[in-house]
Structure formats: C-alpha cells, structure tokens
Design a protein around this ligand. Structure first.
Ligand code: ZN
Length: 222
C-alpha cells in the first residue's frame, strides 16, 4: 500500500524496551528488536526509532537499567548495521524514566552514540526535550549525521495525562521554531513529523479537521 500510493516511511516506531528482569527477558527483547529491524527494512524506513525501556518490573536500579539499554543497543546495532538500517534513540521526557525510557536527555543519547558508534543516531521530539537547558548545545553536538528524525507537537499547561494529552503545535509552551532552527542549522532536511497523542481532544475530532489544523499550524507556528 505504501509503494502503491507513492509514499515513503520516515521512521518506524518502535523498537527498544531493552531492560528485563532476567536473561530470558532480555533475549526476548532482542528477538523482538531483530524483528523490528526486519520490518523497518521491509518498509524501506529511513530509521528504526528506539524507545529504550525503563525499569524491569520490581527494580529500583535505574543505573542497571541504563547499562542494559547500552548493552541491548550495542547488540542490536551489529544486526542493524548488517542490513544498513540506522537506529534512532528517542530520548523521552524524564516522567517516563520508570516505564518507557531511561534515556531522558540528548546528552545521554549523544554519549551512547559516542560510545557505540556508526549506525546509531537520535530522534528529536520537542515534547521530550524542550525543557532541557543543554538542548541547543547537545543538538549542535549531535550534528547532521546523528539527527535522524524530528517530531513535533506541543506541551500543554496544565497537562492532564502523562501519555495521551499532547497538544497541537501552537497550543502550548514549546518554542518549536527555535528548536527546529537549531536542528536545521545542523543541516537536517528530513521530514517534520507531527505526533500528537491526544485521547480526549484531537483523536476525537474529524480527521479532515485535524489534518487541516496540522497544515495551518505547520505554516504558522512550526
Ligand atoms: Zn516522538
């Protein structure tokens, strides 16, 4: 269907969820991630986005979870390199450190890229990183080679749900053009991807209205 309609796949979301309580769990995660790489290759995706995972059930060892993430990415990277599929770490807002991703800043993602090398990059989502005082510096550090995806939406005040209350661009507090400027100053010229999880607002509206709003906002506040 993608090919027949002349479409392209930006990033496939998602692989990741590396940490597990035992070796069998880590192996299951690795197998699942290999399949995700295969799917990304089959779709012709530009990268596989990694939501790296949080604490294993019952654990309080976030440093241990982070080292499992490092080991998990290192192992997957060998496979992904053999198929020329870039992996993009998406740092998630720290409110997700327990259950979704214990890589929470651009600096952490850049450090992993430094350590693990070629084939690994970063998906920058303004929702997750807008608050970071080091954001401009770390985007510069990432540079053209590492910036594999750019996601936009907005941070609502107040936010009523940790996952499903993202805002339409322009309705919140993120200076999206500034962040986009930093990303594009590094030479990023890929797609700007609109990603709005919004159970009680945008997901309830007519799709044509959502799309026309997205287009209008992209022209004015992105
Ligand atoms: Zn995202």
């Amino acid at each position: 269907m993608i090919r027949d309609n002349g479409l392209k796949v930006s990033g496939l979301c998602r692989g990741g969820m590396f940490p597990a309580a035992d070796a069998a769990g880590r192996q299951a995660a690795f197998d699942d991630n290999r399949r995700a790489v295969d799917e990304a290759v089959a779709l012709g995706a530009q990268c596989l986005v990694l939501v790296v995972g949080g604490l294993p059930e019952g654990s309080k060892d976030i440093a241990g979870a982070r080292s499992q993430v490092r080991d998990g990415i290192a192992a997957l990277l060998e496979y992904a390199r053999s198929l020329d599929m870039p992996l993009a770490i998406e740092p998630l807002h720290p409110m997700y450190a327990a259950d979704r991703a214990c890589v929470n800043t651009m600096k952490q993602a850049n450090d992993l890229c430094d350590e693990l090398g070629i084939g690994l990059g970063i998906a920058i989502d303004v929702y997750h990183v807008w608050w970071d005082p080091d954001l401009a510096t770390e985007i510069r550090r990432a540079g053209r080679e590492r910036i594999l995806a750019f996601h936009v939406c907005d941070w609502l005040v107040p936010t009523t749900d940790l996952l499903l209350d993202r805002g339409m661009m322009g309705d919140g507090v993120i200076d999206i053009p500034q962040i986009r400027g930093w990303v594009e100053a590094e030479g990023f010229n890929g797609l700007v991807e609109v990603e709005i999880f919004s159970a009680n607002n945008w997901w309830k509206r007519d799709a044509d209205e959502v799309l026309s709003t997205v287009i209008a906002r992209c022209r004015t506040v992105v």
